[in-house]
Ligand binder design. Structure first.
Ligand SMILES: [Fe+2]
Length: 345
C-alpha cells in the first residue's frame, strides 16, 4: 500500500484503504478499482490523496495504531456533537475513548504514520479525532496511566467543541480576520470548557485540557496566559498535537505542509510554544516520513518509504519507484550519500 496525492491517482488504480466521510460513513471501500467518476467525486469531496495498492507496494503493510472502525465510531460521535441543534450529548464517548486508549496501549511500539486523508469540508471532525488519538499516543509515550489517558483523550476529542458556537464564515474565512472576529475565535476554548462543564460530568482535568489548549509554554498563549508547568500536562500535549494536525491539513487559507516540515516546526518551537518534554515524546512517536509516502531522493530518483525505525527517523528504508529495489538509507553503504529531499504531497 502507498499514499498517492490525488493529482497523481489514475483511473485503473486499486484503492488500498476504506475512505469515509467526517460522520464516519463509508464512501469507497478498499480494493475498489478507481475510475474517472470516482476520481472526480474524490476531488469534489476534497480528499487530498488516497492509499492505493499496486505491484510495487502490495507488501508494504501499514500497521495502524487505531483500528479503522474505532476511528469511524469516534468520527460519528464527534460529528453529531458538532451539528446537533440542542445541547444534547451523544452517548458512547466513554466507550470510544476507552477503545482508543486500549488500541494505543496495545500498539505502543507502532509509530504514527499519519497522512492527510481528511475530507476538506469535514475538517473539524477529522481534526478532533486525530487530536484525540495523537494526544493519547504522546501521553502513553510520556508514561501517563490509563485513567489519565482516558481524560486526556476525551479532552483531545472535545478540545474545539467551543467552535460550535463560532459562526462558520469566521472559522472558514480565507480573508484576514478583523480584531473583533479574532476575539470571537479566541473565545472558543472558554466557550467549549463552559459548555462541557455545564452539561456533562467529566473530570475537571478534561475541562482544563479544553480551556487551556491554546496556552503557550512561554506564557504567550490564551485565554489565561499561563506558562510552563502552570499549564496542565493534558493541555500542553493537546496544544502540540493540535498544531501538528492543523499544519499537515489543507485549510481554506493555505495548503498542507509536508509532514517533515511540520515536525521541524514543532521541534523548533520547543521551549517557546511547546513544552520540550512533550516535543521529545512526540518526535519518538511520529514518522517524519510516513510508511507508504512517496519521497524524492537527492540522486533525483523517487521512492516509497517501506520501513521506519524510531531510532533513525530521518533515514528509513525506501523502495525505488517502479522497482523492487530497496535502499536502507541507515545501513546500506552505497546509500550513505543519499538523502531524502522531500515528501511528495
Ligand atoms: Fe482550538
Amino acid at each position: 500500500m502507498r499514499y498517492v496525492p490525488l493529482r497523481f491517482v489514475k483511473s485503473g488504480m486499486v484503492l488500498g484503504q476504506d475512505i469515509y466521510d467526517g460522520a464516519g460513513r463509508l464512501l469507497l471501500a478498499k480494493h475498489l478499482l478507481l475510475n474517472d467518476e470516482y476520481l472526480n467525486s474524490l476531488e469534489v469531496l476534497g480528499f487530498p490523496g488516497v492509499y492505493i495498492d499496486d505491484e510495487y507496494s502490495e507488501d508494504v503493510e501499514i500497521r495502524e495504531v487505531i483500528r479503522p472502525e474505532v476511528k469511524r465510531e469516534a468520527l460519528s460521535i464527534i460529528s453529531k456533537m458538532f451539528v446537533e441543534e440542542e445541547d444534547t450529548f451523544p452517548g458512547g464517548i466513554d466507550v470510544v475513548v476507552s477503545k482508543i486508549v486500549d488500541n494505543v496501549l496495545d500498539n505502543a511500539d507502532v509509530m504514527c504514520n499519519m497522512l492527510d486523508i481528511k475530507k476538506y469540508d469535514d475538517y473539524t471532525y477529522f481534526h478532533s479525532v486525530n487530536v484525540g488519538i495523537l494526544a493519547a499516543m504522546v501521553g502513553a509515550k510520556m508514561g501517563l496511566l490509563k485513567d489519565q489517558l482516558m481524560d486526556l483523550t476525551t479532552a483531545g476529542l472535545l478540545h474545539d467543541v467551543g467552535k460550535k458556537f463560532v459562526p462558520v464564515e469566521i472559522l472558514n474565512s480565507s480573508e484576514k480576520l478583523t480584531d473583533e472576529e479574532m476575539e470571537i475565535i479566541r473565545s472558543h476554548p472558554r466557550l467549549g470548557a463552559d459548555f462541557i462543564r455545564e452539561k456533562y460530568a467529566f473530570s475537571s482535568y478534561v475541562n482544563q485540557g479544553i480551556l487551556q489548549h491554546h496556552e503557550w509554554f512561554d506564557g504567550n498563549g490564551y485565554p489565561l496566559g499561563r506558562r510552563g508547568e502552570e499549564i496542565p500536562v493534558y493541555a500542553r500535549i493537546i496544544s502540540l498535537v493540535d498544531v501538528y494536525d492543523a499544519l499537515t491539513s489543507t485549510r481554506p487559507y493555505r495548503s498542507a505542509l509536508p509532514n517533515s516540515e511540520a515536525v521541524e516546526f514543532i521541534m523548533g518551537s520547543g521551549g517557546s510554544q511547546f513544552d520540550p518534554v512533550v516535543v521529545d515524546a512526540f518526535i519518538h512517536k511520529i514518522a517524519i516520513y510516513p510508511l507508504g509516502s512517496q519521497v524524492e531522493l537527492s540522486d533525483g530518483r523517487q521512492a516509497i518509504v517501506v520501513k521506519n525505525d524510531s531510532k533513525m527517523i530521518l533515514r528509513p528504508v525506501v523502495r525505488v519507484m517502479g522497482t523492487r529495489t530497496d535502499l536502507d538509507l541507515a545501513n546500506d553503504p552505497e546509500a550513505r550519500n543519499i538523502t531524502i529531499l522531500k515528501i511528495i504531497i
